[in-house]
Design a protein around this ligand. Structure first.
Ligand SMILES: CC(C)(COP(=O)(O)OP(=O)(O)OC[C@H]1O[C@@H](n2cnc3c(N)ncnc32)[C@H](O)[C@@H]1OP(=O)(O)O)[C@@H](O)C(=O)NCCC(=O)NCCS
Length: 201
């Protein structure tokens, strides 16, 4: 597999995240406008969203930098510090969440994919979570789209095999509704997202 030696992977915690917020926000906007998210990004919302991570005491961010550019990021924080959409699902299902770490996203700019960078970022993230010794599970969620969605690119591959390779199991009964504006839309619409989890031991 090709390696890109100029790419550095860094783990950030708490306030260390602050100087990187604008660059991470820009990266999120570019990547989340792709299928399956089709998210119409907004810098102000992004910066507010990322502030949650800078304020959460146990948040972990892993970034990939190519020279001065942020080209990829993984965000994570204790599930109980995450967004209401996530917390309320676990409460509604009576799943104790105090020992669950939530992976918010793993993203890498398209031109850097397929060079093992995502895998290296993920390994570093998982190591940082495991080192805390506080969590039984890592949870993440992925957007659900119809099989026949006409906006799906012909070469689109769902990430399921990536998650399975990292040891995650899908929980089809755990679905949370998120709201965002799709590209070209005037209003936010509902986007169900299904959870995957893996054990930390
Ligand atoms: C997920 C992502 C960060 C992976 O990064 P990457 O650097 O391309 O992945 P790597 O090159 O490290 O590949 C790691 C492994 O995952 C596999 N993989 C990578 N992307 C994959 C995909 N989209 N579907 C299935 N498998 C994938 C690779 O084949 C590789 O497997 P191998 O070790 O058996 O060869 C990148 O594809 C991405 O940013 N995707 C779009 C954003 C996204 O949907 N994120 C998830 C939800 S937030």
């Amino acid at each position: 597999m090709k390696q890109n030696s100029s790419v550095k992977i860094k783990t950030l915690r708490g306030r260390d995240i602050c100087p990187y917020i604008p660059k991470i926000a820009a990266c999120r906007i570019v990547i989340f406008c792709e299928y399956p998210y089709l998210y119409q990004g907004d810098m102000l919302y992004e910066e507010r969203y990322l502030q949650i991570y800078s304020m959460a005491k146990d948040a972990i961010l892993v970034i990939a930098e190519d020279h001065e550019d942020v080209i990829g990021v993984i965000t994570g924080l204790p599930l109980l510090d995450s967004m209401d959409e996530v917390k309320s699902l676990f409460m509604k299902k009576s799943i104790p969440a105090d020992r669950i770490f939530y992976l918010g996203e793993i993203i890498l700019l398209p031109e850097h994919r397929g060079k093992n960078i995502g895998y290296r970022m993920y390994q570093q993230f998982e190591k940082a979570v495991f080192e805390k010794g506080l969590y039984e599970k890592i949870a993440l969620c992925e957007v659900i789209r119809a099989e026949n969605d006409l906006r799906k690119p012909l070469d689109y591959t769902p990430l399921s095999s990536f998650w399975i390779k990292q040891g995650y199991v899908k929980y089809p009964e755990l679905v949370a509704d998120f709201f965002w504006k799709e590209i070209g839309a005037n209003e936010e619409t509902k986007h169900p997202m299904v959870f995957w989890m893996k054990n930390c031991s």
